[in-house]
Design a protein around this ligand. Structure first.
Ligand code: FES
Ligand SMILES: [Fe+2]
Length: 393
């Protein structure tokens, strides 16, 4: 029986945040929903791949698979950044893996070699193939954009410019200067058995500080002091405020950019750039979750931690850095336990749509976005109009 998208539509279409409800549990475990999300949310959206600093010099490359598509982010000899297919244009072998620097990317199968701008630089023996022109066999180039130090890809090439989508977010994040924050730790959490939407749901509310984070976060950043900030069609923000009396101390709340106000020293900005970039940002730190969906109810998960220029320049860096990494990873583990448990419940066939609290308004925003992208809201093209024709309502 085809998936009943009207159940998701009902949650996404709730007009007022006061009446907000969860998505139906089956939305987190359906291959049909995942296929629709792949076409209309992930491929049509902007997916973060890495930070620009991960391509430090001309000739740098960084490999990453997105939705099963092997990509490589490169910096060519003119310092231009590109996102290329890693599939050779001869017989599709992957031309590279991992990250590093190279003059050319050489396919290990028949040794065709490609410049870091994607052009085919060499192809042994092909001069004997009449009409063969190297110009016709460059690597596929994907559309990319850079925003605040993140390299994003748009797989289908049809998204509106990312800079336009995030214009209203710029004034909120710019005082931090987080484009210039630098990575101090990269962590891999492997394949996680929960849906990407479970991860977003968990990330975008502080209500659960009273639960899994009651020992770690709740005293200093109480659930009830969190509030929704600016929202847009392609992002949502939330602030997590310190309880009165807590100092603005390293490694989280200091030191930060001179452009920040005193008020910034006592709150963290939590935000999502839909669909997959999840960021926690403060004067001294920024960490981001890289969520790579593998299928319904499955993701590959990475967590990268950065520090602000001021934090990197202050004394006792090693100690502050260790403290920052430990605290973030400990808190993150508390989140993983609940995400896994929620997905187990979903997979067991639990039914019933839950009611959301006023502290979960960003989830309501997120579901509105999903409804728009999936064509489930009035005035948006329906899911059934997909070219693939596999999705029916
Ligand atoms: S598949 Fe790459 S050179 Fe043949
Ligand atoms: Fe959490």
């Amino acid at each position: 029986m085809p998936f009943d998208f009207s159940r998701i539509a009902a949650s996404c279409a709730v007009e007022s945040p006061d009446r907000a409800v969860t998505l139906p549990p089956e939305a987190y475990a359906s291959d049909e929903v995942f296929a629709a999300e792949t076409d209309r949310v992930f491929k049509h959206g902007w997916i973060p791949l890495c930070r620009v600093e991960q391509l430090p010099v001309d000739g740098s490359y960084y490999s990453i698979d997105v939705l099963g598509i092997p990509l490589v982010v490169t910096r060519d000899r003119h310092s231009d950044i590109r996102v290329l297919s890693r599939n050779c244009t001869h017989r599709w072998m992957e031309i590279c893996n991992g990250a590093g620097t190279a003059n050319v990317l050489q396919c290990p199968y028949h040794l065709w070699s490609f410049g870091l701008d994607g052009h085919l630089a060499g192809a042994p023996e092909m001069k004997h193939s009449p009409g063969f022109d190297r110009k016709d066999f460059g690597l596929k180039v994907f559309r990319h954009e850079i925003w605040k130090g993140f390299v994003f890809v748009n797989i289908d090439g049809r998204a509106a410019p990312l800079a336009d989508q995030l214009r209203a977010l710029d004034p909120i994040v710019d005082p931090y200067d987080f484009e210039n924050y630098r990575i101090v730790e990269q962590t891999e959490w492997g394949v996680c058995e929960w849906d990407w939407k479970v991860m977003v749901d968990n990330f975008m509310e502080c209500y659960h500080h009273i639960g899994p984070h009651r020992q770690s976060l709740e005293a200093e950043f109480p659930a009830t002091s969190s509030y929704t900030g600016e929202v847009g069609d392609h992002f949502t923000t939330m602030w997590s405020q310190q309880a009165p009396g807590y100092p603005a101390e390293p490694p989280f709340m200091a030191p930060g950019a001179a452009t920040l106000s005193p008020e910034h020293s006592h709150k963290m900005l939590i935000f999502a750039v839909y669909p997959l970039l999840l960021i926690a940002l403060g004067p001294g730190f920024m960490w981001w979750l890289k969520v790579l969906p593998l299928g319904a109810g499955r993701i590959d998960l990475y967590l990268d931690i950065t520090m602000s220029p001021a934090a990197l320049a202050a004394p006792a860096l090693d100690e502050r850095r260790s403290q920052l990494i430990k605290s973030i990873c400990d808190i993150h583990r508390e989140d993983l336990d609940v995400c896994a448990a929620v997905q187990r419940a979903i997979n067991s066939g639990v039914t019933g749509v839950g009611r959301l609290s006023h502290l979960e308004r960003p989830l309501w925003e997120f579901y509105r976005y999903l409804g728009r992208e999936l064509g489930l809201l009035a005035g948006t093209p329906p899911v059934a109009s997909d070219a693939r024709g596999v999705i029916r309502r």
